[in-house]
Design a protein around this ligand. Structure first.
Ligand SMILES: [Zn+2]
Ligand SMILES: [Zn+2]
Length: 235
C-alpha cells in the first residue's frame, strides 16, 4: 500500500475500521478521488474492438460491431487478422492526463495503477506470448522505456519481444487512410516459433486499431494461430 497517490500525490489517509482491519486490502495506487475518475468500459461493446456502442451514433453501429470494425473486416487486406481487442477504460480526460504523465514524462511507476486489472485479464489466457507493441529505437531512447512492456512487467508477467519497428512511428499527423496504407511497420524476430501460438498484443491505447492490425497481420502471416489485444484505453 503506497501512502501517496501516484497521480496527484495527495496523501492517502486510510480509514481504519474493524472491517478493513480484518480484511486484506488490495493495494491502492490512486487516491479515491482519482480512482473514481477512471471509467471502466461497461454495457454493450463492439465485439471486436470493445468500443462502447451506447455512446455511438446508431448509424455507426452494425449488429454487435462498430462501423470501423465492419470496414476493417470487409477489407480483403485486413480481415480476420485481429481477433479482438479488449480495452479496460474509457479514454476520458482523466485517463488522457494519466497516460500522458506515464508515457511522456516517463513516470514508469504509474504502470502499477493498471497491474491488478491486467493480471486479472491475463490469467484468463492462456496466451503463448504477451507481446508489447514496440517503439522505434529513437522513440525508446527518447522516452527511456516502452510503456506497453512496462505494463506487462508491472503486472508481474514476462513480455516477449516478438516485434520490431521497421519505420518510425511518428505518424500521428497522417490521416487514417494514410496509416492504413502504410507498408508493413513491423518485422518479426525470427528466433521465435509462431506456429499454432496464441498471442496477446499489449498497448496503452486503441485509437484507430491500425497499429494493432499491422502487428496482427505480420504475426499471422508468420504462422501464429490467433492474435488478440489488450489495451488500457479505448480512444
Ligand atoms: Zn489522487
Ligand atoms: Zn469495433
Amino acid at each position: 500500500m503506497s501512502e501517496y497517490c501516484l497521480f496527484c500525490h495527495e496523501e492517502m489517509i486510510e480509514h481504519m475500521s474493524w472491517a478493513t482491519f480484518f480484511t486484506q486490502k488490495e493495494a491502492a495506487f490512486l487516491c479515491s478521488t482519482c480512482q473514481e475518475q477512471l471509467e471502466e468500459i461497461s454495457g454493450a461493446q463492439c465485439e471486436i474492438c470493445s468500443r462502447p456502442l451506447e455512446k455511438l451514433d446508431p448509424q455507426y453501429v452494425i449488429g454487435n460491431r462498430c462501423s470501423d470494425c465492419v470496414r476493417w473486416e470487409e477489407d480483403e487486406e485486413w480481415k480476420g487478422y485481429l481477433q479482438s481487442n479488449l480495452s479496460i477504460y474509457v479514454y476520458n480526460d482523466f485517463l488522457k492526463e494519466l497516460i500522458s504523465q506515464y508515457k511522456f514524462r516517463g513516470d514508469y511507476i504509474l504502470a502499477k495503477v493498471f497491474s491488478k486489472k491486467l493480471q486479472n485479464f491475463l490469467q484468463k489466457g492462456p496466451f503463448d506470448y504477451l507481446v508489447p507493441i514496440p517503439l522505434s529505437l529513437e522513440r525508446q531512447f527518447e522516452r527511456g522505456f516502452n510503456q506497453s512492456e512496462a505494463l506487462i512487467v508491472e503486472a508481474g508477467l514476462a513480455p516477449t519481444q516478438l516485434l520490431q519497428r521497421t519505420h518510425s512511428e511518428k505518424q500521428s499527423k497522417k490521416s487514417r487512410n494514410d496509416r492504413i496504407h502504410l507498408p508493413q511497420i513491423f518485422q518479426v524476430h525470427d528466433t521465435f516459433e509462431l506456429k499454432n501460438k496464441s498471442i496477446l498484443l499489449v498497448d496503452d491505447i486503441y485509437t484507430t486499431g491500425s497499429t494493432l492490425r499491422h502487428a496482427a497481420k505480420i504475426l499471422k502471416k508468420e504462422g501464429a494461430q490467433s492474435i488478440s489485444a489488450l489495451t488500457i484505453a479505448r480512444g
